[in-house]
Design a protein around this ligand. Structure first.
Ligand code: SF4
Length: 358
């Protein structure tokens, strides 16, 4: 341990987080070359999602003064900074604190072109005063949706109201139009059928926000872990404890839903990188009479690209990139497709288009 490092020897819950030494303000970190930092605003959580362990400790915040001093220290000592992750379960829950912290982050982000990522809970998107302060082109606002199936949401102890969730997301997009919104879903939750999973994914894509799908992990010690055997849920025995079968989907179905999700994300990735494909995709989906028009179109388009001898190579490279992450999660922020490959996908799309609208 260096002279500047300080040790927390106590295992008790710390009520006043400011009692904890700050690694930034203590000068422990050399920030001269770092591109990415994490600012911890709070510990614990006030919610009790059944798949999560963070709420095992109560929600506590650092003071505004401590957070402000860390932001200023980082700004002064990290000349190459590109990205800040703000760790807090819900940026909008503590309105007075959010109202002070967000303007500071926004100023730094705009002056230095730094991306700032933070999480919010879908139930607090009606806290208008603080939501408005997120309207910054450098902010990535991640909203946990998980599912639109009310019984699944009830099992997870999440807001079990799909209409309210949809309304709140539209409200966020309206109050913070310049922010990048990320909607996080979880696949293979207990009670989620294939039908409700595809309906949730279809709605999420239709919002035109960025979408990610996390493959459910059931962590030992969580409420869900204790209940999963009784519901016939199977979990891989080792970390990261991915679910392999649920009470509604057997192992083969979990595998095939996951594989189809990968194909859909290939299309979504191409659509997110190509303004031409983006416009075409949402125009065709809006005109489609199919159930779940966005997922159906994305899957069909992916299948056509996979059948073509040139574009299948782009798909295979995409899958290899996905496999290298050693995760089953799908996230549009990974797996960049090169401009040449996007041009090739666009060219083949023009050939496929007559078949897509049938
Ligand atoms: S998933 Fe998020 S909101 Fe739910 S308990 Fe965990 S940290 Fe809190």
């Amino acid at each position: 341990m260096s002279d500047r490092q300080q040790k927390n020897s106590s295992t008790r819950t710390v009520n006043n987080l400011d009692d904890l030494p700050s690694p930034y303000l203590s000068g422990v970190f050399d920030l001269s070359e770092v591109k990415s930092v994490e600012i911890i605003m709070a510990r614990g959580c006030s919610q009790n999602c059944s798949y999560c362990a963070i709420h095992e400790s109560p929600l506590r915040y650092f003071s505004f003064e401590r957070i402000r001093d860390e932001i200023n220290y980082i700004a002064d000592h990290a000349p190459h900074l590109k990205e800040i992750l703000v760790t807090v379960a819900d940026m909008y829950e503590n309105v007075p604190l959010g109202e002070k912290v967000l303007p500071l982050l926004k100023k730094l982000a705009e002056e230095r072109k730094i991306r700032v990522l933070f999480y919010v809970n879908v139930s607090t998107l009606s806290h208008d005063s603080v939501v408005r302060l997120s309207d910054c082109e450098y902010f990535d606002v991640e909203v946990g949706i998980q599912s639109l199936n009310p019984s699944v949401l009830t099992t997870c102890h999440r807001l079990p109201d799909p209409e309210k969730i949809k309304y709140n997301v539209a409200h966020l997009q309206q109050l913070a139009p310049r922010a990048s919104i990320y909607l996080g879903l979880i696949a293979f939750l207990p009670g989620d059928t294939q039908e409700s999973y595809w309906a949730t994914l279809d709605w999420a894509i239709s919002t035109r926000a960025n979408v990610s799908v996390n493959h459910l992990r059931i962590i030992p010690g969580t409420e869900l872990y204790d209940r999963c055997t009784a519901r016939g849920i199977k979990v891989s025995p080792d970390y990261p404890y991915f679910v392999t079968a649920t009470d509604k989907m057997n192992e083969e179905e979990v595998f095939s839903v996951s594989r189809l999700t990968t194909q859909i994300f290939f299309t979504l990735k191409a659509v997110s990188q190509s303004p031409f494909l983006n416009e075409e995709f949402f125009k065709l989906a809006a005109a489609s009479k199919k159930k779940n028009p966005h997922t159906a179109l994305a899957a069909m388009l992916a299948r056509l690209w996979i059948k073509n001898t040139e574009t299948v190579k782009i798909f295979e490279a995409f899958v290899r990139g996905f496999e290298q992450t050693k995760s089953l999660d799908h996230d549009l922020r990974t797996n960049y497709i090169s401009p040449e490959d996007i041009a090739c996908l666009e060219e083949k799309y023009r050939l496929f288009k007559p078949y897509l609208s049938k």
